[in-house]
Design a binder for this molecule. Structure first.
Ligand code: ATP
Length: 355
């Protein structure tokens, strides 16, 4: 496939089911060829936004442009998008080959062109040898690959994936997400992937949007969102976060965070004066002896997780989670022991109180 790659622009999109507004002013630009994830908890509006792009569900207000063209008033089949559903939605009475050919026949493609196109799509997902099977003779992973082949065979400009891997077991999900990404790269298809699974979004997407309550909370690469969350929802949704309240003070040319319990933590340059400090467990160092820029605590629990040891430490009026990487011969802190926690100022994120 060598179509021109297209971008997607979503501008001030509102969408309601009856009196309930589910999307409340979504603005988003997805670059041509990007693998983009919508990540958020159940009910956050991910599927509703994806379906609005596909042309399913109530008509949204605002604009949705694909390749610069507003498609809000076009029916789904004229939008040049292909969608893969969680349920695969294969036709049970049609063979694999006929399932993949279905969309081409609907488009009245000449018979002699359909065969080679179907063969190429099956080849792309590595399932040419199963062309004559029926869907119920396939494993879940194979059905999902056929659903993909059936979608890309019509050469859409945009691929929309609604939790496509969630019916697969854990090992297969990991394998399939790699295959999905490889296929997307090969075809250069602008792709949106809806998932509530953070790891799935992190491992596949170039960038992602974290949604909550029908509102995009933050957009960026997985790493930027994890390291620099802009609000507490994103901080807490993307992995474990220790959150302490307090205010920022300047001491000489150093910034410091004074917690409400009077503990002092170093922070990098920030314009925030009062709010929360977010500390990721692996960015805190634990030791038996104090030193500069440390706070004192007591070990409440210790869990051996294999590659890491997780401590729950009572400190700064809170229970702070600390992860230390584990190597053979590494020192362990004892449960009940007094410890010092050290924070690298550059890894601490300060978030202003919401207005
Ligand atoms: N057809 C509908 N009629 C009424 N309300 C709906 C309909 N579809 C979705 N909603 C509501 O819209 C909100 C967003 O739902 P949506 O399915 O987009 O969330 P989601 O983030 O995709 O969640 P999930 O991961 O559970 O699929 C929810 O509060 C849901 O109850």
């Amino acid at each position: 496939m060598n179509q021109q790659m297209v971008g997607i622009e979503i501008e001030n999109v509102h969408l309601s089911f009856g009196d309930t507004e589910v999307l409340t002013g979504v603005n988003l630009t997805i670059e041509p060829g990007e693998f983009f994830a919508f990540l958020g908890p159940s009910g956050s509006g991910k599927s509703t936004l994806l379906r609005a792009i596909a042309g399913f569900g109530p008509r949204p207000s605002g604009a949705i442009r694909i390749g610069g063209k507003d498609i809000v008033d076009l029916p789904p089949w004229k939008r040049n998008v292909g969608m893969v559903f969680q349920s695969y939605a294969l036709w049970p009475h049609l063979s694999v080959r006929d399932n993949v050919a279905f969309g081409l026949r609907e488009r009245k493609m000449p018979r002699n062109e359909i065969g080679p196109r179907v063969d190429a799509a099956l080849d792309l997902v590595g399932l040419s040898h199963l062309a004559d099977r029926m869907p119920n003779q396939l494993s879940g992973g194979q059905q999902q690959r056929i659903a993909l082949a059936r979608t890309v065979v019509v050469e859409p400009q945009v691929l929309l994936l609604d939790e496509p891997l969630s019916n697969l077991d854990a090992n297969l999900r990991v394998q399939m997400r790699r295959e999905l990404l490889a296929l997307q790269r090969k075809l250069g298809l602008t792709t949106i992937f809806v998932t509530h699974d953070q790891e799935e979004a992190n491992t596949t997407s170039d960038r992602m949007a974290v949604l909550d309550g029908g509102v995009i909370q933050q957009v960026g690469s997985p790493q930027v969102l994890y390291d620099n969350p802009e609000n507490l929802f994103v901080a807490n949704f993307l992995g474990t976060a220790n959150v302490l309240n307090g205010k920022v003070e300047k001491s000489g040319d150093q910034m410091r965070f004074l917690t409400s319990t009077g503990d002092v933590l170093p922070v990098g340059d920030t314009s925030v004066t009062s709010g929360s400090i977010v500390l990721r467990p692996q960015n805190i160092n634990i030791s038996a002896t104090g030193g500069s820029d440390t706070i004192k605590g007591k070990v409440l629990h210790r869990e051996f997780l294999g590659s890491q040891i997780r401590y729950i430490v009572e400190a700064a009026g809170s229970e702070i989670i600390v992860d230390q990487s584990h190597a053979v011969g590494a020192d362990w802190q004892e449960i009940g022991g007094d410890v010092a926690l050290q924070i690298n100022a550059q890894t601490a994120v300060v978030i202003a109180d919401p207005h």
